[in-house]
Design a protein around this ligand. Sequence first.
Ligand code: GDP
Length: 536
Amino acid sequence: MASARKGHKSFKPLLVVASITFPILIIFYVTHQNSIFDIFQDVNLMIEGFHNTTTNISESVVNKDAKNNTFEDEKNDKKLFGGLLVSSFDEASCISRFQSYLYRRPSPYKPSEYLISRLRNYESLHQSCGPHTKSYNEIIREGANFSKAGVDSKCKYLVWTAIEGLGNRMISLVSTFLYAILTDRVLLVRFENDMLDLFCEPFPNSSWLLPKNSTYWNDLRQFKTCENVFENNKENNSHTVLFLDLMNNNVRVTNRFHCDQNQDLLQNIPVVILRSNEYFVPSLFLTSSFRQEFNKMFPDKDTTFHLLGRYLFHPSNVVWKRIQNVYDSHLAKENERIGLQIRIYNTRQTPEETIINETISCLQQNKLLPQLNIQSSMSLNLEKNTSKAVLVVSLYSRYGERLKSIYENNTSLSREVVKVYQPSHEEHQNSGDNIHNIKAWSEIYLLGLCDALITSPTSTFGYVAHSLGGMKPLVLQSIYGRTIPNLPCQRLKYMEPCFHDPPNYDCTTNTNVDFTSLFNLRRCEDQSRGMKIINS
Ligand code: GDP
């Protein structure tokens, strides 16, 4: 009853409007020869206009709402990275997923429509085959003893295992994810406690963690390796699981992984356990049966890690808090932020002062930091005071301390204020430790938030930082002894990480080949034996 009365009440103003406007429109029609259809449109607009005034929605409010909508859409687009990400996650479980756009500069690199559709397809496959589904229970929980014959072939799995430092792990994980997409396998990760606090779940309504009660957590030596299968070019039909070891020193498997006939053999194996310390994406491009899909997903090949990395790696709430604290307290207020990664593999080989001098030389030659006014404390230049922050990321405290004392105890010729900050100095690599990895991941991420970046050669830690940040950094030259090269650093031409030890085997001719002279592949700028995928 009540709603009927309400309906009658709201109908009354419409009748009033119609009785006034209809005669006016008829006269208008006669004089302007409008079609009857136009008249009804006009009536509609007038009624809408009247309705708006009677309900007190002023024109300015309507416009403001429209503007807000565009703003909301844009914000969502930035948040969701042009459709790369989906919105169906609970914000509290992964704050960085919803807030990172406030800290990162917008990426100029957009995902292709095809990549977006492959990701959505992958997500639904993961949801229907992931942990605790029927297929998962049959194949993964029960483990290697299941019978291949009775298994739903829709669900095949790729189990990633961790090895070496976080940078190596992240480049190999992105490569493994792309391999999973290309082979319609479900990616499950063997994360020990040292990895559990780093990332949010990347796939909606499911988990990528291999549950601890699965037999695929067993010692890797227990599983049959791909080596024999590849070399004999024959698959024993009863294999339910194979161990694919793509470590840099496993040349025999790395060399034959990209052969189509070997991919055909792997296709029939329900579970593949993969281990690698490499960015083996170029091998996937080399595999001719994958190439067309690869090209469709990544028309701009230099964005492969950037897009897949931003899809997969969202800092956990613990890591995000650390990133925010460092950024808000030390970087946000400065006019410019310069990220500086100093990765020293052998501290005894290169004296600290040589590295500092090379770094300062790189910073000054590239006009990232001003020259110092060593002779006089009086300022010589009248440029206005601007401040720059240098974020030093290193295992060792001495680099940050030294740069801090140099820049904070001397005035600069340009009167710019330079503040140096190093968030941690672990002194030793300790990749099996949770807190250590939390620091490493937050620093990798922070480097990618800077406006300019200098990294160390061949470091996968640096590769992840620049590629996630969407940057082509300046890379310091390797130093041997005490001599600083004339060119202390050079800018990377390409954003992709380097595949340090790529294959050199031609599957069709059974001979060695240098792939960097073919296809969209080049030698890495910082490692001549390495290989990178580029745009042609
Ligand atoms: P790569 O060895 O330079 O290729 O990089 P990885 O990330 O694979 O391995 C180095 C590991 O050492 C990192 O994952 C960290 O655990 C640690 N590490 C190296 N440099 C730094 C640094 O600057 N900051 C922090 N917090 N950890 C570092």
